[in-house]
Design a protein around this ligand. Sequence first.
Ligand code: ADP
Ligand code: ZN
Ligand code: ZN
Length: 762
Amino acid sequence: MIYSFADIILPVAVKGSFTYSIPDEFSDDVKPGMRVLVRFGNRKIYSGIICKLHNVAPDLKNIRPIMELADTVQIANERQLAHWRWISDYYLCSRGEVMNAAVPSAFFPEGDISTSVIEKYSPREEMFIVLAKEFTDKELNEILDKLKKAPKQAEFLITYLDRTGYTRGSEIFPVRKSSLLKESGSSPEVFNALVKKGIMNSVSLEVGRLKDYGNNKEPLKILSESQQTAFNSIKNSFNKKDIVLLHGVTSSGKTEIYIHLIEEQLKLGKQVLYMLPEIALTTQIILRLQKHFGAVTGVYHSRFNDQEKVEIWKRVADEDPETGYRLILGVRSSIFLPFSDLGLVIIDEEHDGSYKQHDPAPRYHARDSAIILAALHKAKTLLGSASPSVESYNNTINGKYGLAELKERYSQIKLPEIIVANTREAYRKKLMVSHFTPELLHAVDEALGKNEQVVLFQNRRGFSPYVECPECGWIPVCIQCAVNLTYHKGINKMMCHYCGYSSGMPHACGNCGSTGLVTRGFGTEKIEDEIKIVFPAARVGRMDQDTTRSKNSFNRIIRDFEEQRIDILIGTQMISKGLDFENLTVVGILNADNLLNYPDFRAHERSFQLIEQVSGRAGRRKKQGKVIIQTSDPGNKIIRLVLRHDYLSMFRIQSEERATFNYPPFCRMIRISLKHKERSSLNHFADILGNDLKGLFGKRILGPEFPVISQIQLWYIKTILIKIERERSIVRAKDMIRDAISRLEKEKGAGGLKIAIDVDPY
Ligand code: ADP
Ligand code: ZN
Ligand code: ZN
């Protein structure tokens, strides 16, 4: 079939795709999913992707031709194109915005756009680095000891060990020399020195043959009786339903069940996508997967550079079972990889808020989008969680999803004992030591005495969330946002966590001039400082956004904790999820109040989930763990439920509340946010849109109003919330919203507005 026209997705924020004619010279070669060069707008050249070929002449006088084909192969397959279309329709964004999020930008280079990146990655011989022999743990420790005098060599070796997860004479994994040098920031001389010492070696391998190099895989763990029951129940449910929720308490062995399901799919020749909410988690899980599945396992997340992303992209698209990736472990953006034949999608910690992208567009939910992806492949989806989201659990009740359960921890270890420590009372009785209650200090002390480890959770980074003048109450705020500045002691700066603005610590009050400014509240940095004072002999580590900026920092901190070079690890929600440490027995939640009091309809659900999740890190292997929750409100109903690990009551109470007050999952929500640099113009345009929408939707419109943070980077913000009943057509509602926004954009002076639509903004 010869086609005359191609619809092309361009990296622009205009809705839809654009039709171009296909010159005869290209007509044999064009396929959907290929990159092409075209002119758009004022003679600018763009590279875009063909989404459709057809013979329907568009109703335009002047149809431009495709200028050039950028590749000989398709970049995206047809299922991906269909998936992008769904995302742009559902989340009300342009297909170009979806494409931008989906495709590594190396595919759209600036400047010379005609040379294909993909071609640079054809199979070839490359240098790889391996260990010189299968060292034992003891030998490795001796080597690392000796290398203390050569820190660069030690760093290089540790990077290799991190990357491969080498332990106790396990198989030696080759790592590409170029990437290891780069990752560790080492020079070739550093590596050569290690070769001379007989510690490492290089080998030349054909990239495609990587897999042969390690075939002695570890057999799967044998499932316990209750795990086997859950496994069977998942498979039975899959006979009737496409989506199943595995509700299993923390450390019940959900991951082991996933591994068994993955094995079945790989044997069938299918691909598997395994999603996690946080990059930090991939470090541990990837090792568990590679042990069993070897080199067909790949990882994908935003910390890879563009060239690496292209390489992963290509290996996912590679359908050869010897050279391609069959199993991908990834965070939310991994839904965009070019899978050819998915059999199963696993979404672990399905309730986690990090699956939702809030900015920029596409504002997609990776769990919901992955379910659609799975459907396009006729694949099954397994959601897993110890405390499922209210909407997913609700879907098991209304019959949309199957449900499988695991109610006990592996090897019958009890769920952790929860101790509620009343901070208000402790302050009153003067029993607090800095921010620590006697209960917490006692538990930490006991654990350290037995050489066990401790995690302290505080959901704020930095030293103090704000600084205050005790004389007049003045608080320094960001010059661009309506936000208090957080004090970071290590760098001695005040930082805005919204825009990144920073300034020095003021010497005097900006209002009354008094010099006695004090820090208020506490973040992870302050906890680190103070716990060191209370336990001077303990080795203390910290994991938050500030300590994990470099690519390998996650690995290093997690490894240090695993290998017990850290006794007390302090962290934000990064440490709350999925991590599995053998010797961790005590978890402290330093301030549950700021979780419970968050102004959002999901605050209670989320704090229950978070506390359950953090608690779940304690006592996973040998004995029951202990969790200390510090709060000024020990009678809080969510805390009472956490005490009993009572998920079902939490779910029931939340469902009733949401049904009564009309919140999801009983309605749908769309939030429009408007930004303008002038407050009066913002008010003006927000009212126009608000009134227009009220005319269409009546009482379903809430706002316009200023959100809690009403100004970011000099932009004033107002939001309008639309709640639509489940029974109404959401498609029609979205059309009406889109039309209303087009009308607003045509208003005089509306050019200074930024408009963002967020579908399911929770
Ligand atoms: P979850 O994913 O539910 O938190 P994991 O799969 O991480 O639980 O299991 C918790 C711990 O118990 C892990 O260290 C895991 O290796 C171990 N474990 C779970 N199931 C088994 C099994 N069937 N055989 C051996 N070890 C197991
Ligand atoms: Zn700011
Ligand atoms: Zn003052």
